[in-house]
Ligand binder design. Structure first.
Ligand SMILES: NC(=O)C1=CN([C@@H]2O[C@H](COP(=O)(O)OP(=O)(O)OC[C@H]3O[C@@H](n4cnc5c(N)ncnc54)[C@H](OP(=O)(O)O)[C@@H]3O)[C@@H](O)[C@H]2O)C=CC1
Ligand SMILES: N[C@@H](CC=O)C(=O)O
Ligand code: NA
Length: 369
């Protein structure tokens, strides 16, 4: 019997750290209902309705990267939507947005209404203005499509699916608290260990960046915005808080760690170059926590009872689980609910990095089948 071509067409936009790893994971699936029809960076695109084919081993990153590098077709969201719409009816079509672009995020409703599912680790849409978020939900209903974003919070960790299950089964979520940033977790797990002294703040930021934990611009982590975005996404999944943040993450009480002199630096490279100028200030913060027998951790809270949503740098006793049980880029998320009572449901593990983030995106893709 002739083998049938996989039926669900997948277009990947964004082939940086996460997008490259996702593409490798997709191409490495031994058997799959998915057909990779398009790959795009901000500048170039490859498209083939029958599925992209590469000269050598299709799972090799250098093979598809070279093919994209020599493409002469500029990337256009409108052209991609038109091509994918034509594929939606025969077997299903999916846009996988692995960018951090506001423009791509704003286009989700048009893809969803055209019958194209949207899967993404990009937080911009779900944590921005409530109008866009609501438009995404109504576009899903109009198009009979799904918007899935597990990796927007805690990378591949099952945070959104856990919250969805709690809410969906009728539990009452009272509070969610934890360490939501892989970058901030890595920084403070290594900078503030509870022992006197330690590495400089700027040096641990550099390592977090090298390990692929930071946002494309690391200031988006250090100003607390990344955590504020994640808290917004969680809030919107709790029925009583759905409309709490009409303007999204900007309304979250957020403590920034960015020295005012570095606030307007536009490139990540320039930002990390200037950061050592402020190491002494961070040393003083560490010493003051140490004198109180505490460590520093950057935490987030969604309090459904008081309606407070905040992201802040806080001091925790050296014996607290946030001080003793976190390593690497770990996130820890505690769900306090009516059913779980005094012993919260806890999810913990690596919360950033290309491999685990791409795994979360892939797990969303698998949910479509
Ligand atoms: N790194 C991590 O641990 C995690 C990341 N995420 C999220 O994953 C997403 C990707 O992160 P990461 O891979 O680190 O980012 P990178 O900066 O490494 O890659 C971004 C990619 O998106 C492309 N791109 C940017 N703007 C556009 C645009 N307007 N249209 C088309 N393509 C565009 C870039 O193209 P070009 O190469 O041409 O610039 C690049 O290929 C982000 O939203 C991030 O928040 C979520 C959880 C964890
Ligand atoms: N920059 C983010 C990546 C995942 O969302 C983080 O550090 O957590
Ligand atoms: Na997740």
């Amino acid at each position: 019997m002739a083998s049938q071509k996989p039926t669900i067409s997948v277009a990947v936009v964004g082939v940086g750290l996460v997008g490259s790893e996702f593409t490798s994971q997709l191409l490495a699936l031994p058997t799959s209902p998915f057909r990779l029809v398009s790959l795009s960076s901000s500048k170039k695109t490859l498209f083939s309705a029958d599925g992209l084919e590469f000269p050598a081993s299709s799972a090799s990153e250098s093979t598809w990267k070279s093919a994209l590098a020599v493409s002469e077709t500029p990337f256009s969201l409108d052209a991609l939507r038109a091509s994918m719409t034509a594929l939606a009816q025969p077997g299903g079509a999916v846009l996988v947005d692995n960018t951090s672009s506001e423009t791509v995020a704003a286009s989700y409703p048009s893809f969803l209404r055209a019958g194209i599912h949207v899967i993404t680790p990009n937080k911009k849409a779900a944590s921005g203005d409530l109008t866009l978020y609501k438009d995404i939900l109504s576009a899903c209903a109009d198009g009979g499509t799904k918007y899935l974003g597990e990796s927007t919070v805690g990378a591949g960790l099952p945070i959104l699916s856990t919250l969805g299950d709690l809410v969906g089964t009728g539990d009452k979520v009272e509070k969610i608290e934890g360490v939501f940033s892989g970058t901030m977790s890595y920084i403070f797990n290594n900078f503030s260990t509870g022992q006197p002294g330690g590495p400089s703040f700027s040096s641990v930021v550099n390592v977090a960046r090298e390990k692929g934990y930071t946002e494309p611009h690391p200031a988006d982590d250090l100003n607390g915005a990344d955590v504020a975005r994640k808290l917004t996404i969680l809030s919107r999944l709790i029925p009583s808080l759905r409309h709490l943040l009409p303007h999204g993450f900007v309304s979250v009480q957020t403590a920034s760690l960015i020295p005012p002199a570095l606030e307007s630096i536009s490139t990540g490279d320039e930002f990390v170059k200037r950061l050592p100028e402020f190491d002494a200030e961070f040393d003083r913060l560490r010493e003051s926590a140490d004198k109180e027998g505490c460590v520093l951790r950057f935490v987030g809270v969604v309090d459904a009872t008081s309606g407070v949503v905040k992201a802040e740098l806080a001091k925790y006793p050296k014996t607290h689980p946030f001080a003793t049980s976190l390593g690497g880029s770990d996130n820890i998320v505690m769900f306090h609910t009516a059913r779980y009572g005094a012993r919260p449901l806890i999810v913990q593990g690596a919360g950033a990095g290309a491999g685990v983030t791409a795994m979360g995106v892939m797990s969303d893709l698998l949910k479509l089948v």
